[in-house]
Write a protein that binds this ligand. Sequence first.
Ligand SMILES: [Ca+2]
Ligand SMILES: [Ca+2]
Length: 153
Amino acid sequence: MKYTELNSLDSTNVPATTAFAVKVNGSARTVSTVTMDATAHTVTLKLASAVANGDTVTVAYTDPTSGNDVHAIQDDSGNDAATLSVTAVTNNTGDTTAPVFASAAVDGTSLVMTYTELNQLDATHVPGASAFSVKVAGVAATITVPARVAQHA
Ligand SMILES: [Ca+2]
Ligand SMILES: [Ca+2]
């Protein structure tokens, strides 16, 4: 979370972990620690368990009271940041799950192999035709066109 502030954020009197509500795919995820980088104006929440690639993540923050609190997201002068309602979080967690072969079908000269994959397949770095071996009625067939990767359905 990044805040705009002319001065430094107060990295000493940080809010309690319970002031934050993080949800992963709609389920609450425990916040273990809260740290603040005074000059970068960032509040970093460490989560009890890791978020996976493709998960939908939201964050919310509740200012402890409407008055001036000792422990809050605040600047060096003690001015508290406002309550933040449920806000979408950009998920930068990398994809470490490989595509899995699902099925193959042929229609005339087009042989289509379908893979299951949460994200898009890489249509730029495709394998060469030599990576494939196709037999028709037990006889090796020539693959004349480079393999083409299309978006999965
Ligand atoms: Ca307050
Ligand atoms: Ca304050």
